[in-house]
Design a protein. Structure first.
Length: 296
């Protein structure tokens, strides 16, 4: 089965957590890249976008984040931070989604995502580097709003604390406690707003000059950022950019029109869950909007 057919099937059937099979030969050895990932994880979908754009071989190793499988001892041996994704290529274990994305682009010469031009190459790496802060901001916006409401409604305080206590990173655990306790009043939300304002401002400036973040060609920068903006939109928070940074809307639509979006993001998101997230987030938007405007 060729790669194009696999991608068409993924986009149409929305097959979740299936092995994407297309053998990549490594010398005289047949090898499959393994990706440990969460279906709805923004960092996981970011890497899946890169894999789809590059038409790279990979085998799905799903991690159920809701069940806390990222904190299982066997997985922590691969990724001591207890986060997804993790890519395994033979004896090489690669963590951090931006590093994985750049590694994926280096695996073959097809559909290159890293610009050759020196200035754009550096700018692409700058976009990748800032994704650490962008991811933290998206995590904050998710867990201070929709996820917070769901967790507080479904779990007892003891169950919540037991879940947080399993988190490998003490800083991440402390943040989770704070956003669940304080919601949009958490200091972490102010930090997220700072990061997101800068993100939207820089995207707007770039997209007024060209269709994509680094010019006329889709690049690693676009692949790196799409999952984060997509999550905010799925939360019903597109008001954060719709009026003040209008160039982001067409960019988001163009990114979603690419086959990689259907194969890497849509195929892994349950429509009912996505609809529920948007419905609950939209109901929260007036409060989010008030905090967002107050921060400005």
């Amino acid at each position: 089965m060729d790669v194009a057919k696999i991608h068409r099937l993924a986009g149409k059937a929305c097959v979740i957590a299936q092995v994407h099979i297309n053998i990549r030969e490594k010398g005289d050895q047949m090898a499959l890249i393994q990706l440990y990932h969460g279906a709805s994880s923004v960092c996981s979908s970011k890497v899946r976008v890169g894999l789809a754009e590059k038409e790279i071989t990979w085998e799905s190793r799903p991690i159920n984040l809701a069940k806390g499988e990222q904190n299982n001892p066997d997985y922590l041996k691969l990724n001591p931070n207890g986060v997804v994704p993790t890519l395994v290529d033979g004896d090489l274990v690669v963590t951090e989604s931006s590093v994985i994305l750049e590694y994926v682009d280096s695996l073959n010469s097809e559909n290159p995502l890293m610009p050759v031009d020196k200035a754009r190459n550096v700018k692409a790496k700058m976009w990748l580097a800032r994704c650490i802060d962008i991811h933290a901001a998206i995590n904050t916006m998710t867990f201070s709003t929709v996820n917070r409401q769901q967790i507080l409604a479904e779990k007892t305080p003891e169950e919540i604390e037991a879940s947080i206590a399993k988190m490998a990173n003490p800083a991440a655990a402390a943040k989770r406690r704070d956003v669940l306790a304080n919601g949009l009043s958490s200091l972490h939300v102010a930090v997220a707003f700072f990061v997101l304002r800068r993100l939207f401002r820089d995207m707007q400036a770039a997209l007024l000059q060209s269709a994509w973040l680094l010019g006329s060609q889709y690049s690693l920068a676009d692949a790196a950022v799409i999952s984060y903006v997509d999550r905010l939109d799925r939360l019903g928070f597109d008001g954060m950019w719709r009026e003040a940074y209008p160039a982001i809307g067409p960019w988001l639509a163009a990114s979603r029109a690419r086959p990689s979006y259907a194969a890497a993001i849509d195929a892994f998101i349950d429509p009912a869950t996505s609809a529920k997230m948007r419905r609950e987030g939209t109901a929260m938007w007036p409060e989010v909007k008030a905090h967002w405007r107050a921060f400005a």
